[in-house]
Design a protein around this ligand. Structure first.
Ligand code: ATP
Ligand code: F6P
Length: 319
C-alpha cells in the first residue's frame, strides 16, 4: 500500500472533519501518500482528486461539515458508474480507499471492493443507525444540539402551559429521539421501533396536566410522521394548545463534541491500520469502548437490537 484516497459521502455529520484529519495525519505518519476526493462518489467518478498534506487538515478539528464536501450520487448506484470509479482510482494510483459515511455509503464501498478496490468504512452519520457499532461519528453532537433545543422549548412550553412536539432526524432509527428524550426529561418519545397510540398519548398528556404538569414535551423521530400533523391531532383530542418544532438540518451542523472528536481520532487511526494490514473490505467501529474492525458484508447485515431497557427507563422517568 503506497497511496490512499479519502472521501466523505451521504449526509454530513459533525466530526467528519476530525475523522479526515485523523486519517490524513495517520497515513502520512506511516509514510503513505494521501489523495483527497471531493464530493463523495460523484467527485470520484469525475476525478475531483488532489494530494493532501499535514497542512491540508489544519484548523478543522473543531469545524462542522466536511472540507471534502459530500454528495448523494445516483451514477454510483449503477455498475457502469462504479466501474468508472474503480478506473479513476487506478489512474490516480490509489490502492486503498477510506469512505466516511452511513449505510448507503458503505453499500457503495462494498460493491466497489467487489471490483478489486481495498476499501474501509468509517461510520459518519448523525443517525446512529449502523448496528455493528455502538456509536457513529456525529451522533453525540447532534444529540447535544437537540438537547439544547429541548431545554429552550421546555421554557416556553412551561410558561404557556402548552404541549410541544419536537421533531428530530433519524429516518428509521429512533436513537436521537430516545437519547435526547431521556436526557431532556421528555414526557413521551415516539420512535419508529415502537410506534405509538394516539389515545394513550393524549391520556398521558391529560393525566399529566391533572397532576400539575406545566408542560408536556414529546420528542418525535421523523420516520414516524410529521410534527405538525401530530400536534394538530393532540390539540383536537386534548383541547390543549400544542406547538410543533421541526429541528431539521440544525442537527447536522456545529462544532463536534469532545466525544465525537475522540471517536473520530480513534476510528481514523484504525482505518489506516486496517488498510496497512492488507484487509480488503472492512469497516471500523466501537464496541464496549474498544475500537474494532469487521468485514463490511457482516457489518451491513447486522440487525439492530433495539434498546428496550433504555426505552423503559425513559418511560418510567417521564411522568
Ligand atoms: N445500494 C447502493 N449501491 C451503490 N451505491 C450506493 C447504494 N446506496 C448508496 N450508495 C451510494 O452512497 C451514497 C450515499 O448513500 P446515502 O445517501 O444512503 O447516505 P448514507 O451513507 O446512508 O448517509 P446518511 O445516513 O447520512 O444519509 C449514495 O448517494 C450512493 O452514491
Ligand atoms: O436533507 P438530506 O441531505 O437529504 O438528508 C436528510 C436525511 O439525512 C439524515 O440527516 C442523515 O444524515 C437523516 O436523518 C435525514 O432523513
Amino acid at each position: 500500500m503506497k497511496t490512499i484516497g479519502i472521501l466523505t459521502s451521504g449526509g454530513d455529520a459533525p466530526g467528519m472533519n476530525a475523522a479526515i484529519r485523523a486519517v490524513v495525519r495517520t497515513a502520512l505518519d506511516k509514510g503513505l501518500k494521501v489523495m483527497g476526493i471531493q464530493r463523495g462518489y460523484s467527485g470520484l467518478i469525475n476525478g475531483e482528486i488532489f494530494e493532501m498534506n499535514r497542512h491540508s487538515v489544519s484548523d478543522i478539528i473543531h469545524r462542522g461539515g466536511t472540507i471534502l464536501r459530500t454528495a448523494r450520487c445516483e451514477e454510483f448506484r449503477t455498475e457502469e458508474g462504479r466501474k468508472r470509479a474503480a478506473k479513476v482510482l487506478k489512474v490516480f494510483g490509489i490502492d486503498g480507499l477510506v469512505v466516511i459515511g452511513g449505510d448507503g455509503s458503505f453499500t457503495g464501498a462494498r460493491l466497489l471492493s467487489e471490483l478489486g478496490v481495498s476499501a474501509v468504512g468509517i461510520p459518519g452519520t448523525i443517525d446512529n443507525d449502523l448496528a455493528y457499532t455502538q456509536y457513529t461519528i456525529g451522533f453525540d453532537t447532534a444529540l447535544n444540539t437537540v438537547l439544547d433545543a429541548i431545554n429552550k422549548i421546555r421554557d416556553t412550553s412551561t410558561s404557556h402551559e402548552r404541549v410541544s412536539v419536537v421533531e428530530v432526524m433519524g429516518r428509521n432509527c429512533g436513537d436521537i429521539a430516545l437519547y435526547a428524550g431521556l436526557a431532556g426529561g421528555a414526557e413521551s418519545v415516539i420512535i419508529p421501533e415502537k410506534g405509538y397510540n394516539l389515545n394513550e398519548l393524549c391520556r398521558n398528556i391529560l393525566e399529566g396536566k391533572l397532576r400539575g404538569k406545566m408542560h408536556n414535551l414529546i420528542v418525535l423521530a421523523e420516520g414516524v410522521g410529521g410534527a405538525e400533523e401530530l400536534a394538530k391531532k393532540i390539540e383536537e383530542v386534548t383541547g390543549i394548545i400544542t406547538r410543533a418544532t421541526i429541528l431539521g438540518h440544525i442537527q447536522r451542523g456545529g462544532s463536534p463534541s469532545a466525544f465525537d472528536r475522540v471517536l473520530a481520532a480513534r476510528l481514523g487511526a484504525k482505518a489506516i491500520e486496517v488498510l496497512l494490514e492488507g484487509k480488503k473490505a472492512r469497516v471500523v467501529g466501537i464496541r464496549d469502548g474498544k475500537v474494532i474492525d469487521q468485514d463490511i458484508n457482516e457489518a451491513l447485515s447486522t440487525k439492530r437490537e433495539f434498546d428496550e431497557e433504555l426505552f423503559d427507563i425513559a418511560r418510567a422517568l417521564s411522568y
